[in-house]
Design a protein around this ligand. Structure first.
Ligand code: HEM
Length: 431
């Protein structure tokens, strides 16, 4: 039996918090291995990296999700009782709810709603001294997602709901025991209470919503046992649709940053659809902000001579696998046309998980994500001019989740009427 390389420390939780995205890939490089063992939160943990390891990780006969996600993540990012922690038949039935909402019509409708919200927002930005793009796009996506789901959202509550959802995303990753974590915990409690109340009112016939839309579909979804979800779980699943749609604003922020840092691609992107597709995928690969996913060994087995013991927690490195030089040429550079030349598959390109959407835990929101990043790029390139004033655009790659320090500030926004699109240069060039 081969010996799994060991990360020497008694407990590496602090190193994980300090090194973030780099924690697993660095150690794999140090040990020249796709696997090493460590202790996180005082628990023995195996860390996996690379395409072959991803193929193993998404073999459901080997791993279970039950009890895999750390409690801290459930109290902030995911919530308790959601699809992320289910296995087998219970997972298949719940996942089907999400997958059935991802029809081509639904994807197009969300894109149209987002485009409308962008236009309204751009108009209002013309009267603002500066706009913090991350925050502004979070609001655009929240408005669009709630309209798409037919979830009532009153003007007076938008700032609060948006701030809470943003806090869950920002604090779930690596706030540790600090302020970001506690803010995220409070935000989850408030958000679940908000959506839970809507669920109860709908079920009691006191709130009428469109039966075909996501909010109603979750409310009346029958689980594997033929029962409706309890109120809290229903709220968790509704938030599993709304929260990550708001999180796409992070990718939009990175797309804006990439356009700013690689302005030579602005013009070609307006006329070449396959380049636009490739650009979006490169944003998801290069700026991956979900560092890893967790599972537990279902039963003892060996892989490549290494022993996996039942119940052991296993982490799969998403960030590092997307930058593995065995799969990607010059992986630490941003190359917008990379996906035209190189081959992605369900295990070497895993910014939102890998494997099959229907049967594995792979993110059902990938089509929404690609589509909303595209909507945003179109708006940034053709519907507005703006300036990127001097600011701190550095990314701390060890922060979980990553984000440019300034959150990408723009000013001097000018809306462009439809039709000028072809001529637009988008960003105002400094003279
Ligand atoms: C910012 C964009 C997004 C990122 C980075 C992201 C990332 C991820 C990741 C890493 C997973 C876990 C995969 C695994 O466990 O193997 C996941 C699962 C999931 N995502 Fe996303 N996601 C995004 C957008 C979305 C959207 C837009 C939706 C819904 C509209 C969504 C809903 C879900 C759900 C419900 C799961 C759980 C699936 C399961 O357990 O079977 N995500 N996502």
């Amino acid at each position: 039996m081969a010996t799994i390389p060991k990360d020497g420390k008694l407990d590496s939780s602090l190193s994980l918090l300090r090194e973030g995205n780099h924690f697993i890939p660095r150690r794999c490089q140090r040990h020249q291995s796709d696997i090493f063992q460590t202790r996180l939160l005082l628990e023995p943990t195996l860390c996996l990296h690379g395409e072959a390891a991803a193929r193993l990780f998404y073999d459901q006969s080997r791993f279970t999700r039950e009890g895999a996600a750390p409690g801290m993540l459930k109290k902030t990012l995911f919530g308790e009782g959601g699809v992320q922690g289910l296995d087998g038949e219970a997972h298949r039935i719940r996942k089907q709810l999400f997958m059935s909402l991802m029809s081509a019509t639904n994807i197009r409708e969300l894109a149209e709603l987002a485009s409308e919200e962008w236009l309204t927002a751009i108009d209002s930005w013309q009267r603002r001294e500066r706009v913090v793009l991350l925050h502004a796009v979070q609001e655009i996506h929240l408005r669009a997602a709630c309209r798409w789901a037919d979830l009532p959202l009153y003007e007076a509550e938008i700032a609060k709901r948006c701030a809470d959802i943003a806090a869950m995303i920002d604090g779930g990753g690596g706030g540790g025991i600090g302020w970001r974590y506690w803010r995220a915990r409070r935000a989850r409690i408030c958000s679940e209470a908000w959506v839970g109340d809507l669920v109860e009112r709908i079920r009691a016939g006191r709130l009428a919503v469109d039966k075909e839309r996501a909010l109603s579909r979750v409310c009346w979804h029958q689980d594997a046992d033929g029962q409706l979800l309890d109120t809290q779980t229903a709220a968790v699943e509704v938030l599993n649709l709304i929260r990550p749609t708001v999180a796409i604003a992070r990718y939009v922020t990175f797309a804006a940053l990439a356009l700013h840092e690689h302005p030579q691609w602005r013009q070609p992107l307006q006329s070449d659809a396959s380049l636009l597709d490739s650009f979006v995928e490169e944003v998801r690969r290069y700026y991956g902000f979900f560092p890893f996913v967790a599972a537990r060994v279902r039963d003892d087995f060996t892989w490549q001579g290494y022993q996996f013991t039942r119940g052991t927690r296993v982490l799969l490195d998403l960030f590092g696998t997307n930058r593995d030089p065995r799969s990607w040429q010059d992986p630490t550079t941003f190359q917008p046309d990379r996906f035209i030349r190189e081959t992605a598959n369900a295990y070497n390109f895993i910014p939102q998980g890998g494997g099959e959407h229907d049967t594995n835990h792979r993110c059902p929101g990938e089509w929404f994500t690609q589509s909303l990043i595209k909507v945003a790029i179109e708006q940034l390139l053709t519907r507005m001019r703006y300036r990127v004033p001097p600011q701190a655009l550095d990314i701390d790659w060890s922060r979980m989740p990553i984000i440019p320090e300034s959150r990408f500030v723009i000013d001097q926004v000018e809306a462009l009427p439809y039709g000028q699109a072809g001529q637009a240069t988008g960003e105002i060039q400094e003279s």
